[in-house]
Design a protein around this ligand. Structure first.
Ligand SMILES: [Zn+2]
Length: 231
């Protein structure tokens, strides 16, 4: 799942300048203005995001339609998979990522609900989904050019294991509940665009097929539209 997260990366910028002959004044070129520094950081975050997205299966990749299998081995390779997924999710500026999005058909997803910290769930099962629903904008790292309103249960319980095989049970609400519903769908080959009503879905499909970006609804931002053309 995609979101507008930005990251406070530390960047050291070293610049050397060839001074022109005959120059009388020695300007302080080493200091970037606040605006220049921000632009540079954004460009670096953008490059990082494009790199991460290039490793994430993009719609209509067939892997996104496959059902993942239960994990039976809680071994080192599972831990490594989870670590790789967490790094990709962070670099891609997402708040959730399922293994199927990497073409790995195992029931694993990572997500980053602000109130609970970074989580990895193995063999997740949803229950107690509230009848109360909420419609909010959703994005997906496998369809980064689309953000559309999707109806989800406001509250849900997710149970499963952590990567070491320990039981996990989380009672979630709001954005966290939305993310685990989105990611669990991924493990069953279901995408958020499948959850749309006919009209919104048609508009979304038009936007996906269009070379000119989203048509009928909000884009993530000018910045992410740019990154899409590169991936
Ligand atoms: Zn997604």
């Amino acid at each position: 799942m995609a979101d507008e997260h930005t990251h406070d990366n530390e960047h050291d910028h070293e610049h050397t300048h060839d001074h022109e002959h005959g120059h009388e004044h020695d300007h302080d070129h080493e200091e970037l203005s606040e605006e220049e520094r921000k632009r540079l950081e954004e460009a670096q975050a953008d490059a990082m995001r494009r790199r991460a997205l290039s490793q994430i299966r993009q719609y209509p990749d067939v892997a996104l339609r496959m059902k993942a299998r239960e994990v039976t081995e809680f071994d080192e390779s599972l831990v490594q998979l989870v670590e790789r997924m967490q790094i990709l999710m962070r670099d891609a500026q997402g708040v959730g990522l399922a293994a199927t999005q990497l073409g790995i058909l195992q029931r694993v997803f990572v997500f980053d609900p602000e109130e609970h910290g970074l989580q990895a769930l193995v063999n997740p099962v949803l229950s107690n989904a509230s009848d109360e629903k909420e419609t909010d904008e959703e994005g997906c790292l496998s369809l980064p050019e689309v953000r559309v309103p999707v109806e989800r249960s406001v509250r849900v319980v997710v149970e499963g294991k952590d990567p070491s095989g320990k039981d996990v049970r989380l009672e979630l609400e709001g954005l966290s509940a939305r993310i685990v519903q989105h990611e669990t769908d991924h493990l069953d080959g279901v995408l958020f665009i499948d959850r749309l009503d006919r009209e919104t879905r048609k508009a979304a499909m038009r936007a996906i097929r269009s070379d000119h970006g989203p048509v009928a609804f909000t884009t993530r931002s000018a910045r992410s539209s740019c990154s899409v053309s590169v991936t």
